[in-house]
Design a binder for this molecule. Structure first.
Ligand SMILES: Cc1cc2nc3c(=O)[nH]c(=O)nc-3n(C[C@H](O)[C@H](O)[C@H](O)COP(=O)(O)O)c2cc1C
Length: 215
């Protein structure tokens, strides 16, 4: 093989690799947008409007809304330390936020503000026992990784429950400020959902939270 053909083949392989990476990013994973720090409501107004809603229409969130929602929920707000918008005991950051949409199930990677596709399937209906869950744009599933928490089982239960509560309230306040509807939910078939999500034994589903447009 002469040198020109070898160079041409190398360039072709390179182009193929780059384009397949780009295609996989656009078709499957989602690069989220930086948070838009717009002034949509004061904190006091968001607190005034915080509430649970159980009636939704089928309407997707924009990429900016999805990005802001996840950043508000548990994004990195201090680059140097990687610390989050929600506190965790011992800064263990054990709560993973999974995102179930019509397009699939994603895992929020806070460090890269990125959604990694876990399942290319609409599993929204499995995220709760109430009818509205399959209609709403997004169902968040808060999963504690017990391998990341120190202490005994009782302490792990306590920390993962309280740490999830902070994330959930961040979601409530973001939704109140953005005019979106939400409800946190404990009524979930955890065994069935964990199986579908392919979770390890030490990964525990704590709560789910629906986000979308109210009917
Ligand atoms: C830990 C927890 C679990 C909850 N589980 C559910 C649930 O499974 N389904 C539901 O519709 N609401 C659920 N809720 C929402 C409560 O019912 C709601 O917060 C309460 O009725 C007060 O209403 P408000 O949020 O509008 O103030 C849950 C709330 C919490 C804090």
């Amino acid at each position: 093989m002469n040198r020109t053909i070898r160079v041409a083949l190398t360039v072709l392989c390179f182009v193929f690799l780059i384009s397949s990476r780009l295609i996989s990013q656009t078709t499957y994973d989602i690069q989220l947008l930086p948070p838009a720090f717009k002034n949509n409501a004061t904190l006091m107004q968001a607190l005034q409007n915080r509430k649970s809603t159980r009636s939704y229409i089928e309407k997707e969130l924009s990429l900016q809304q999805l990005s802001d929602l996840l950043w508000a929920a548990n994004g990195v707000n201090r680059e140097a330390s990687g610390k989050r918008t929600a506190p965790t005991a011992h800064d263990e950051r054990e709560i993973d936020v999974y995102v179930a949409t019509a397009k699939g199930l994603y895992l929020y990677d806070a460090d890269n503000h990125f959604l990694t596709l876990v399942l290319k399937e609409d599993i929204r209906a499995l995220t709760g026992k109430q009818k509205f869950v399959k209609k709403a744009a997004v169902n968040l599933v808060f999963v504690a990784d017990y391998d990341k928490i120190r202490g005994k089982r009782k302490s792990k239960d306590f920390c993962s429950a309280t740490d999830t509560g902070f994330i959930s309230q961040n979601v409530y306040l973001y939704c109140a400020a953005e005019g979106l509807a939400t409800v946190v939910r404990g009524w979930v078939n955890r065994e069935r959902l964990a199986k579908k999500m392919g979770l390890r034994k030490e990964q525990k589903i704590i709560l789910a939270q629906t986000v979308g447009y109210a009917k």
